[in-house]
Unconditional design. Structure first.
Length: 308
């Protein structure tokens, strides 16, 4: 049995949002679910997040938790006290590298719909610019991702997917899409934090009306738990006792006009992360964070730069 856990709301329900090129409004902060595969845990976290005020849930076929998320959502919708329906929630999912290609992507979208127990997905992304089991230099990557994009366009036109985009695409991959995409990507989801600020890519996306979503905003927790190698972060945090370091990192992303999707498994961190939307950093604080990368540049996740 799934029990919807009630929380006292400490943030406004009406979140800040980013407008996609097709006019849809996407919440600027959501719940990331990567590495959360335990069914009981993911159901609890999703329900607690919804009770706290989250309205965006980010998953992927490769996360292997879509089914648990679908169950949690259905249990929440069935709870009268929750007062939520499917239209209140923004669901993002993604195509795994092994599913690339027109036929693979078409089957993957259908499978995600079934597991999430929904008849539409708000945003569907190509998770990676390459296909599994190919060298990074292989010319197969382009043909497969082109086929995948054509499948996403098909499902978008049918209304089964309300918005389409990519993840981990570099400028060269986005430029290439102009040669075959009838519909431009609406979102690009990539690693982004002060040690990997993605300055050029972020500016490119803004110029081309592509909403940027940052993942790994906390450096896969390394920036919180092991950041002695970046003392500047601690110095900035010391000047803002009203904020946690996690909140500072999330606010930094939000003020760069990116959406953020932090992971959390405790009620305390869920609430702290979401409340980042209520705060601002000063121009000097933003500048201090912006300049860290020159000394400490680092990826904590996969780097797509060399994928042909």
């Amino acid at each position: 049995e799934i029990i919807v856990i009630g929380l006292m709301r400490t943030v406004p329900l009406q979140q800040s949002a980013l407008i996609l090129s097709n006019g849809l409004s996407m919440p600027s902060i959501g719940l990331g679910t990567w590495q959360q595969r335990d069914c009981a845990t993911i159901r609890r976290v999703v329900q607690q997040a919804l009770a706290a005020g989250y309205r965006l849930i980010d998953t992927a076929s490769g996360y292997r938790n879509e089914e648990a998320i679908g169950e949690a959502l259905q249990a929440t919708f069935a709870c009268v006290n929750a007062n939520l329906s499917r239209s209140d929630i923004w669901l993002t999912s993604k195509l795994a590298p092994k599913q690339q290609g027109y036929e693979g992507a078409s089957a993957a979208i259908q499978e995600s719909l079934q597991k999430l127990r929904t008849d539409y997905i708000d945003l569907y992304l190509i998770h990676w610019p390459g296909i599994s089991k190919r060298s990074q230099e292989s010319h197969d990557h382009r043909s497969y991702r082109e086929g995948s994009w054509k499948a996403l366009e098909t499902f978008y036109r049918r209304g089964v997917v309300r918005a389409i985009g990519v993840s981990n695409y570099t400028v060269k991959h986005l430029e290439e899409m102009k040669e075959y995409a009838d519909i431009s990507p609406m979102v690009n989801q990539c690693e982004m934090h002060p040690l990997c600020p993605q300055t050029e890519l972020l500016q490119y996306c803004h110029r081309n009306d592509i909403v940027f979503t940052a993942y790994a905003s906390l450096g896969e927790s390394a920036l919180l738990n092991s950041c002695d190698f970046v003392p500047e972060l601690r110095m900035i945090a010391a000047r803002r006792p009203d904020l946690t370091l996690a909140q500072i990192l999330l606010i930094w992303g939000l003020q760069h006009n990116a959406a953020v999707i932090p992971k959390a498994s405790s009620t305390k961190h869920l609430l702290e992360n979401l409340s980042a939307i209520n705060h601002k950093l000063s121009a000097n604080e933003m500048l201090a964070l912006d300049t860290i990368e020159k000394k400490y540049h680092r990826h904590f996740c996969w780097d797509p730069q060399n994928v042909a």
